[in-house]
Design a protein. Sequence first.
Lengths: 308, 432
Amino acid sequence: MTTSVPAAGGAPRRRPGSAGRRQARAAWLFMLPTMAVLGVFVVWPMLQALYLSFTDYEVFTPARWIGLENYRALLSDPAFGNALVNTLYYAAVTTPVSVALALGLALLLNRRMPLRGFVRTAVFVPVVISLAVVAIAWSFLLDPNIGLLSHWLSQIGIVSEQGWLRDPSLAMPAVMIVGIWKNVGFYMVMYLAGLQSIPTALYEAARVDGAGPWPRFRRITWPLLANQTMLIVILAAIATLQAFDQIFVMTHGGPFFRTETLVMMTYRIGFKEFQFGYAAAISWALVLLIFVLSMLQVAYFRKRSVTY
Amino acid sequence: MRLRSRTWLVTMTAAIALMSTACAGQGQGGGDAGGSGGPVTLKFWNGFTGPDRAAVEGIVSKFNSSQDKVKIEMEIMPWDVFFDKLLPSLGSGTGPDIAAMDTAQIPQYAARNVFQPLDDLYGPQGIDENVLVRSAVDATVFKGKRYGVPMNFTTLKLYWNKDMFREAGLDPDKPPADWDEFGDYARKLTKDTDGDGKPEQYGLAIADHATIAMWPILFWQNGGGVVSEDGRTAMLDDPATIEAARHWAGLITKDKIAPVGLSGADADKLFQSKKAAMEIVGPWMTTGFEQAGIDFGIAMPPAGPKARVTLGTSVAFTLSSRATGQKKQAARDFFAYWNSKESQAYWSANSGFPPNRTDLTADELKGNPYSALFGQDADKSRFYLAGVQEFQKVNETLFEPALQRVLNGKGDIEQVFGQADKEIQAVLDNAQ
């Protein structure tokens, strides 16, 4: 900042280079507050966690450097294997289902229909409510004794004796449903924005050429939404790989770790069992997993991006 | 432009300075306060958010107004929040001086030097251990040192719903006396009125996770347990433990006397909403059950084949290892006040817990009918995982999931408990 002060002396004619530098400086200044916040609250803690992952740290005793020991332990820890499988399973189901549902809802709500505003709002509302709060509401709905949803389901012959959240085979689907319900509205809005940016002329031309609804979707809508789809799939995958809130509230990772994801396990190992070094290693394994998957997704979608 | 950039620089510098002082301010909370003159302030955290909250607040405010040397600043939060915050806050120096917790939780903190031994607070000058419930004081011992002072003590008792007993043709004033009657009554009290295979009313509410220990009582009654009484040997693969688990798991999965997968709170709710006829739990539920209009009885849990035993449980005050000198003296004054005759009479009258002291007369305890009941049979009570360093790992990571697997029919009892037994033994050995 100080070096550029002399240049600001008010010379009547500026050389282009100086203007460029001035612009760059302005840009940096605009970004600085955000960068400061990200630096202090995201980057610094992440680096701190990276350091801790190479130590044996229990808060009160000083961290002891143990090199790759934590990472080596991860490879043979059945609990980590279980949490990894649960995380991938959760992501592999909720990501495509959320994206497909969001696209379907966007297509439906992009046309004129009665109560369109109401339905759009209803789908979007869960996005702005705290997941922890709605998870409590869902727990009540699914309660086997007093739950509204369990009651309705029992009317049509679907009886879960233990209740969804206590049943080892139904607990995961239950938290998946809540995860999807919570996020689908956000992705729908992104798709709606994408749909509205497609020129109607393309559809008119296709209609003149005699293309039906499916070819129009297949040849115009879907390719032109490719950018949205890429962004949404990547965002959704990152979000689902970090699933925590509703699981924490609804099942706490149970019954017997059937819904324990990597973030849940990080919490348990760190805050319940006080092995902060090991917990940091788990969270960095997750960072690597997300990074690799996101890169693969970008590479995949790059090849398929289309412009007309 | 020069002016603007300088303004900006000043603003930024100020902001950074402000941030760093804010951070530094956080770090200073742990230092000794009140060097001269003013009272010593002690931060006290606990999780008494239930109906007993008022009684805790009552004694603390009485203590604060009874003298002007020590001031207790109390923060009450739900137990899960409490345990999430405790270690990080103590590590960063912003934590409490006094933290109250179940005695089973103390060793995992004591082992990490988070708390200090309190042996020197006991004695005629301070806290007189001879008038306190002995097992409650003993439960604070870790590696030969006492790390706590009792805040409360109670045994668990069998609650039964008298109306449901009447309806099922049982004598409402006669609780089950042994395992045979216990199982038999539970079967009679279980009803599936609409025939969908899921009972509308259960004989028993028993929790298998996130709960005060209920299953271990059944193991003890048969001569088994999760770990041995000295806390050194895992006992899940002991034939007595396996037999007890098989007996009750059979009644639950085949006869459906109790739902599978309840947490402690779920079990309480089930009894409170009149969907379960019996539950083994402590005095903290009396208020809730009364408010629900339940006509209930309280008795010693039915005797098992080998022993007549129930759970004893206690919350104790602990002191941060950073609270030394004046603060430690102040804490001793508070602990002694809490365990004084007057405070204990107040505590039992307002919470339904029995007093921590053994020298209160029946007359002094008549304020609350439950208080004396829960104090009975203290000599037939046993603490769960007392002195075991890694309570969390042994109980929540290993024992409870194994129990849940068995109750959900995922694996044979011998194999699941055998595996958990090995893993628990490894944790116990590792802590030696």
